[in-house]
Design a protein around this ligand. Structure first.
Ligand SMILES: *Cc1c(COP(=O)(O)O)cnc(C)c1O
Ligand SMILES: [Zn+2]
Length: 405
């Protein structure tokens, strides 16, 4: 049974019906959030269903009788990483490996819900601006649903794996000479003008799918973790995960909440800057820069929700350099066998940084959300690891090369 829902402005609290096609409050222009009645359901009630987004249907606000558009997203592994915990300097570290989703990032959790919603609203076309993974995911789910998909990518810096996905799944891919923030502004205007359903994370329905990451962590860990570290780009994911924990608490499934830990890349850290300086509002960056292209965002639309998540949870925030990101990416891959893209490694780099500042330590347990798969960005890997040595096909040359002479 799906819950009944409505939309509510996070600022002026004005409410809208769930079948309205709006992305921001019609009165004040602020973000909207989906509100559901906390369902009367326990973990045991849901335990027979496969782990994944739709296991938690009592929390997923889609119309009864909707055609569910799914590629079996979610149900990703939660790995206990003892060597990594030691490296970072905390008691326990877990990786929630979102690279294991159908298109290789957590975006699939949001798109299964968002595209299901687009279908039930009767939309024929969907669109997004993207640093890469949103487009990879949307193009796959649009194909699954039989919808037309338009994708606006920043001309600079989209990782090759993500571009390949959007192209192969048949999206109309357009390259905008500008950065992600420019592309998002364009697609928001376009969607209103051409009645195309917008599926960036300003769309509150997408976040309803993404909140299931929190549910799975509770199911897999068996208790509420102390900290949950999340890389922040447009800031939808940390907001969604926090909403998930809150809803589990409202439903009486858990009795306490974790502390959220938001991590940004140094060159693209408008939210961290705002929190450090204790500002009331975000100062956008016009030229965000980081090799973690998935979080290369200067004007994150969901910043008010992310700031609430960090403040309400008595959470932490940090920025990390590209060098720290690359080091964490390598350590996750070599010590634990888990391949993640650079943005994903920001959560783990953030934990190490927090330990060095005394904000986290030997007593603490952290779940790090690793948002996307290593293969998304093969060019970055070659850049940081180098190409393999080339040799002629003979035994002497092989043994020389292997002994490093
Ligand atoms: C989208 C994305 C992020 C950032 O998530 P937001 O919800 O925009 O904060 C981080 N890492 C990866 C791999 C992503 O695809
Ligand atoms: Zn409002």
């Amino acid at each position: 049974m799906f819950p009944k829902s409505k939309l509510r402005c996070i600022k002026c609290k004005k409410e809208f019906n769930s079948d309205e096609v709006i992305y921001v409050c019609r009165s004040c222009g602020s973000l909207l959030e989906v509100v559901i009645e906390p369902p009367k359901v326990s973990l045991e009630d849901m335990a027979d269903r496969p782990l994944g987004v739709w296991r938690y249907e009592e929390f997923l606000p889609v119309e009864e009788g909707s055609e569910i558009v799914t590629l079996r997203e979610g149900g990703t592994p939660l790995y206990r990483c003892d060597r990594l915990a030691k490296w970072a300097g905390v008691k326990r570290l877990y990786i929630k490996y979102e690279g294991a989703n159908p298109t290789g990032s957590f975006k699939d959790r949001g798109m299964t819900l968002g595209v299901t919603k687009a279908k039930s609203l009767g939309s024929k076309a969907v669109a997004c601006a993207s640093t890469g993974n949103t487009s990879a995911s949307l193009s796959a789910y649009a194909a699954r649903a039989g919808l037309t998909c338009y994708v606006l990518l920043p001309a600079e810096k989209v990782a090759m794996g993500k571009l390949a996905q959007a192209l192969m799944h048949g999206a109309k891919v357009i390259s905008v000479k500008g950065n992600f923030d420019d592309a998002l502004k364009l697609v928001m205007e376009l969607s209103v003008k051409m009645e195309i359903y917008l599926l960036n994370s300003v769309n509150p329905w997408r976040l309803e799918g993404q909140k299931t990451l929190a549910f799975e962590v509770i199911d897999q860990l068996g208790h509420v973790p102390e900290f949950v570290a999340v890389p922040m780009g447009n800031c939808g994911n940390i907001s969604a995960i926090w909403k998930g924990f809150r809803e589990f608490k409202s439903a009486g499934i858990i009795d306490r909440l974790p502390r959220m830990f938001g991590v940004q890349a140094e060159g693209a850290a408008p939210v961290i800057n705002m929190l450090r300086k204790n500002l009331e509002t975000l100062v956008p960056l016009s030229n965000p820069e980081t090799l973690a292209t998935a979080i290369r965002i200067g004007n994150p639309v969901n910043w008010p929700k992310a700031v609430m998540a960090i403040k309400e949870s008595n959470g932490l925030y940090e920025s990390v350099s590209d060098d720290e990101i690359v080091e964490a990416q390598r350590v996750i891959a070599t010590l634990e066998g888990i391949g993640v893209e650079p943005a994903s490694a920001a959560s783990v780099a953030g934990v190490k940084r927090a330990v060095s500042k005394g904000m986290l330590g030997k007593k603490d347990e952290v779940v790090c959300v690793c948002t996307g798969h290593l293969l998304k960005d093969p060019e970055e890997v070659i850049k940081v690891c180098g190409r393999p040595v080339e040799i002629p096909p003979d035994l002497l040359a092989v043994s020389k090369a292997l002994s490093g002479k």
